[in-house]
Design a protein around this ligand. Structure first.
Ligand code: SF4
Length: 209
């Protein structure tokens, strides 16, 4: 019930959706990341692409392989990596899915740094392709954001501010936008809830592993 590329899962069924693992690149090394805690695995699957990112046609084939066996209502760009590194592929895959399954909801799970990755506002492009975005913010405190997410140098100074701005743009664009926070020791989840409300976004707490 899973599409694999070599040993690694590209598309896998989860809840009512098909989740996609299209890159292992990350701008951060989040303290709570299950990639590290679970040694690249989740349930029976291995998500280590080992640098060999799947092509659009491989991803679409992987989606179809799962879809043949499972009913789904949502496609989620998620994976063990930051999917916005592959923005052109997100847009192309979404167009194909829209044509094949117009009623499927398309969602991106992200750490919110796509605008810094691409050095421009990518939200209009995402809005043209997706229905929803969930942004992992985890704290309302900029210094704690650095401690929790351990960003690469390029994302350290402007990361928090850019992620918040990304949420703002998503809300303004009309994307169904949810801010998420993992329940971590010392993190003020209630403050993230208030931050989400102030940005006009929904809020969802997530359990730590
Ligand atoms: S961005 Fe996602 S995959 Fe990357 S380190 Fe953070 S939680 Fe893990």
């Amino acid at each position: 019930m899973i599409a694999r590329r070599d040993d690694a899962a590209i598309a896998y069924p989860f809840k009512n959706g098909i989740y996609l693992n299209i890159t292992n690149r990350c701008p951060t090394a989040c303290r709570f990341c299950i990639k590290r805690l679970l040694k690249w695995r989740f349930e029976q699957w291995n998500f280590r692409l080992a640098g060999a990112e799947p092509s659009v046609s491989q991803i679409l084939a992987a989606i179809c392989a799962v879809a043949r066996r499972k009913r789904f209502s949502e496609i989620v760009f998620c994976g063990y990596g930051e999917s916005t590194y592959r923005l052109p592929e997100i847009l192309e895959i979404s167009r194909e899915i829209r044509a094949l399954r117009p009623r499927a909801r398309l969602r991106l799970n992200t750490v919110g740094l796509g605008n810094l990755i691409w050095d421009r506002n990518i939200v209009p492009e995402l809005r043209s392709a997706l229905d929803a975005v969930a942004v992992s913010i985890n704290t309302a405190d900029p210094d704690q954001w650095v401690r929790i997410h351990a960003p690469l140098a390029h994302f350290r100074r402007k990361g928090f501010e850019s992620a918040i701005e990304f949420v703002r743009h998503c809300v303004a664009s009309g994307l169904d936008t949810t801010v998420t926070a993992v329940r971590l020791p010392g993190a003020d989840v209630a403050a993230v809830r208030r931050l989400a409300a102030s940005l006009g976004a929904k809020f969802r707490p997530r359990p730590a592993l």
